[in-house]
Design a binder for this molecule. Sequence first.
Ligand code: DOR
Length: 430
Amino acid sequence: MNMKILIKKATIVNYDKISEADILISGDKIVKISKNIKEKVDREINAAGKHVLPGFIDMHVHLRTPGREDEEDFLSGSLAAAKGGFTTVFCMPNTSPCIDNEGLANWVREEAQRIGLVDIWPIGAITKNREGRELTEFGAFKKVGCMALSDDGNSVEDSFLFRCALEYAKMFDLLTISHCEDKNLSRQGSMRESFISSKYGIGSIPDISETVRLYRDIEIARYVDARLHLAHVSCAKSVEVIADKKEHFPGLSCETAPHYFILTVDDVEKSAFNANFKVNPPLGKKEDVEAVRSALKKGIIDCIATDHAPHSAAEKELPFEDAPFGFIGLELCFALVYTYLVTKDILDIKGLVEKLSYNPARILRLGNKGKIQEGLLADLVITDLRKEWEVKKDSLVSKSKNTPFLDSTLKGTVNYTIHRGKVVYESTGL
Ligand code: DOR
């Protein structure tokens, strides 16, 4: 017997429309959206005054499994995702061992299904062990259900190999996701090249490290006419290139992460070089934050992904230059987007849905997700847009607590997350 849930008096937000109605869920699907639905159900949720959004889809997370389950595993990652309103996440292959074969990719799928809280899809590596020398078996990845490939953390240095990768990806209808970084320019720096990096003599990464590689990747993808998605776009120069290239190349899409429209190198200095402010690509300057905000508003940047990158406290307590790059993001993303973009009129709530649900579903071709519509999967998030809350270390369910937003006050809470018709997160005391 299918379990039935009725959500009453919902303000339903799709990327293109806001409406008021009840939502009836039966099994894993939305079966009816209409005013005053009367139906005998297993559970009724009163959503008066709440906004119901399509479950969020994160194209870019690191779940550290296999290899660093002390930092995150599929269960803790799923709990963090569900708490943040994410019903689908795509995990990067920079694990140990690397997800560079179909056996491991299939194991990720099976493990995720066994846990069953959210959909976890593996992103296969482009090259073996992400070393940039030998391509992986794209056809085998496709067979086990992979939709995208990436060497995230590394760029494929060899331009010819990258061209071959794009040609094969096109053949198998896989999305290539580029980590755009010219490591010869980054020179193992720790923060954005800036007045502050010079003042403290800290090894630095110029913005052109991202932009020149992004330019190359776009031109190669355009040459072979393959779909290309750019990960974590962080600076004004990259935005300028993407704005120009998108006009001629519809196969191009990109994402940014919340920190790139909120924080700058000044925050790194103000934190006294706390490694919780160290991320790759590094935090930029004020003009970068402004460019990323404006690109989100204009639709130049399609998606917001978290780049959820858990790291142990011991590693993040190392001196800034020795600590690993990355922030956790799944539990904070929605409130960060709402607080820093929606309440500041950079996006409206439909725009938030477009960046967090609709566009990722469109880019990854998840036809049954990203919208609230009869017949589609019941992946929903019930939110309270009026509620403020404080980010407290102890309330984070991710195994790692490395975020620069600890103790910040944010607006917007997730009250329920429903994944494939099941309540997988329910807030207590909100
Ligand atoms: O900051 C980052 N952390 N950037 C990346 O590209 C990788 C990630 C990680 O895996 O920790």
